[in-house]
Design a protein around this ligand. Structure first.
Ligand SMILES: Nc1ncnc2c1ncn2[C@@H]1O[C@H](COP(=O)(O)OP(=O)(O)OP(=O)(O)O)[C@@H](O)[C@H]1O
Length: 251
């Protein structure tokens, strides 16, 4: 099987107070298609830096990043958008606030295509958008004609997640995507997330600080500490974990 992503001796270093600081330290990793990988680490462990490197927002200081066996180390974030989708912690990111929910969904459906004849296309595709919206949590189906700026955080994050997955990306990066939501909205979106990943066999990396979610979801678990990967547990090893053993890794 061709790995979806491969990291070879990946380093990311910055200069902090005139001292070199290694934010990612010799990461070596292979992630295969269909893996749902949970990424844990304390604040400042390097998780966002890791995602920024994979997404192309940061270029590694040294090392190599392969995507489907192609070297993408020097590719820009723009060049990677066709392959990689990301959902951020902040519900305000990722959507066009002044456009309606239906218009945002249409934009996501047509990403990478010509966007002319927009009103006609919206009318044409409205039945499909309505059918899709019925499957969504957090009552988003009742909000199709509202501007996104009027949505609750849970609804906006549900829309973000839908838009990030509607074209079945080759790699999905979830960056604490439920952490800003209340418990009920968060659980509804996490259940939908898990279902979507399984149904479409998406390859996903998910950062979370919620240890219960880390135990419940995914089939592999990585722990990052001070820029180093200190644990890489497969599905069987992950099933044997408890909150206490996870806390031991994090401390
Ligand atoms: N440009 C920079 N210069 C110096 N230090 C930086 C820079 N960018 C990030 N850092 C530091 O690198 C470390 C890793 O940051 P990063 O945001 O990747 O951590 P994280 O694991 O995502 O944390 P959190 O859980 O709080 O989101 C932190 O200590 C951060 O302060």
């Amino acid at each position: 099987m061709t790995p979806r992503i491969t990291l070879n001796h990946l380093n990311f270093e910055v200069t902090d107070n005139n001292e070199p600081k290694q934010l990612l330290n010799d990461l070596n990793l292979t992630i295969n298609p269909g893996e749902f990988v949970v990424l844990l680490g304390a604040n400042g462990a390097g998780k966002s830096t890791f995602f920024n490197t994979i997404a192309g927002d940061l270029t590694p200081t040294s090392g190599q990043l392969l995507f489907n066996d192609h070297d993408i180390t020097k590719q820009s974030a723009q060049q990677r958008t066709r392959l990689i989708s990301r959902v951020y912690q902040d519900p305000k990111l990722g959507t066009a606030a002044d456009m309606t929910v239906a218009e945002n969904i249409l934009l996501a459906m047509r990403r990478g295509q010509r966007r002319r004849l927009f009103p006609r296309r919206l009318k044409q595709q409205l039945p499909q958008i309505k059918a899709l919206a019925k499957t969504l949590p957090n009552h988003l189906d009742q909000q199709l004609n509202r501007p996104v700026s009027n949505l609750s955080g849970g609804q906006r994050q549900t829309l973000n997640f839908l838009m990030a997955t509607i074209q079945k990306p080759e790699l999905l990066l979830l960056d604490e995507h439920t952490s800003a939501l209340d418990a009920v909205s968060s659980q509804a979106l996490m259940t939908f997330t898990n279902q979507t990943i399984r149904d479409n066999q998406l390859t996903c990396l998910m950062i979370t600080h919620d240890l219960e979610d880390a135990l419940q979801y995914g089939n592999r678990l990585l722990v990052l500490k001070a820029g180093k990967l200190i644990a890489d547990l497969n599905a069987t090893e992950k099933q044997a974990l408890t909150v206490d053993t996870l806390l031991d890794y994090l401390n």
